[in-house]
Design a protein around this ligand. Structure first.
Ligand code: XIL
Length: 320
């Protein structure tokens, strides 16, 4: 049967892809799936391009683990989405444990981005420049960057990324922005403010961490995507798609509901010409981040933990 990335491309997307973490590379059965470009056309590093790996102490850069993932994608002719430059989480303590002046924090962001984006110049289709700047009430998250610089840190990051790799698509990436509401409206404001400040933002990344029983409507997903296009970006993408169960194991009926949920999201993307790709946050329940981060929840992926295709895989293949 046809494979997902081949189907996605035939349906007009640039790619269907997956997150991949370095620790997974020793699993030959899993990497056989992940290295097959007809199934997985795009790779995002699950962790190893984050600040704590790339600049663990100030001015000391270590691209070793990130390079392994980028080399994997290049070897397999896969599109690379690079993730992520400025995020409050998985930050090394040196960034967050000092009270920096505005000038110092500006320099910290500029140096980090110049080095990381410069190192990967020409290798990233897109960068998630700023990740999760909004909190769950749609206010700016009170992170170390915001505390020192205010909203200005976002523009600063986009300018630095554009300078370091003029050809990479620059994304704002967040969760719970896949449907209409306060967080979607705040995302529209972020896009407009970046642009008004004279910086370039090309895309909005909707992470797409969904829960089977609380799916937004397809109309709401489509309206959210359209609002980002109307705000001036040239593309949107689902960047971390998974659909979890809030308690596991899932029932057979539950797996059918999950299949329908995946089909809704993929169908919404296909209906929006600006939606250029879909990244799954892991391809198998075996390596999903969900059970680790949300104990008791899980089974969020297209393949189960024995690497067998679930009803959701079939549903996605039918929609594409
Ligand atoms: C997750 C990784 O998958 C985990 O391995 C890690 O422990 C925590 O981060 N939003 C993001 C991703 O933007 O970077 C996160 O990835 C999941 C939520």
């Amino acid at each position: 049967s046809a494979q997902l990335n081949d189907l996605a491309k035939a349906a007009g997307l640039k790619y269907l892809g997956s997150a991949l973490d370095n620790s997974e590379l020793t699993d030959t059965a899993y990497t056989a799936i992940l290295s097959d470009v007809s199934e997985v056309g795009q790779i995002t590093p699950g962790n190893t391009q984050k600040w704590q790996y790339i600049e663990p102490s100030q001015g000391t850069f270590d691209f070793t683990k990130g390079d392994v993932i980028v080399d994997f994608a290049e070897t397999n002719s896969q599109v690379m989405r690079c993730h992520t430059l400025v995020w409050y989480s998985q930050l090394p303590s040196w960034v967050s444990s000092t009270t920096w002046t505005a000038a110092e924090m500006t320099s910290i962001i500029n140096v980090h981005i110049a080095n990381e984006v410069g190192h990967y110049k020409g290798q990233c289709y897109a960068w998630d420049v700023v990740n999760e700047a909004l909190d769950d009430s749609a206010a700016f998250r009170d992170n170390v960057f915001y505390e020192v610089l205010g909203e200005e840190y976002i523009t600063l990051a986009f300018k630095a990324a554009a300078e370091a790799d003029p050809d990479a698509k620059l994304y704002y990436n967040d969760y719970n922005i896949e449907s209409t509401g306060a967080k979607q409206e705040a995302t529209v404001s972020i896009i407009k403010n970046i642009t008004a400040a004279g910086a370039r933002v090309d895309g909005v990344g909707m992470q797409g961490h969904f829960i089977v029983d609380s799916m937004p409507s397809v109309e709401s997903i489509q309206a959210a995507m359209q609002s980002y296009m109307d705000a001036g970006v040239t593309e949107v993408a689902f960047t971390e798609l998974d659909v979890k169960f809030s308690s596991v194991p899932a029932s057979a009926d539950g797996l059918e509901d999950q299949a329908a949920a995946y089909a809704t999201v993929v169908g919404a993307c296909l209906a929006q010409s600006g939606c250029i790709g879909i990244t799954l946050w892991g391809f198998s329940d075996k390596y999903s981040w969900v059970p680790t981060t949300f104990p008791g929840e899980g089974e969020a992926c297209l393949y189960d933990d024995t690497l067998s295709k679930k009803p959701a895989w079939t549903a996605v293949s039918s929609v594409l």
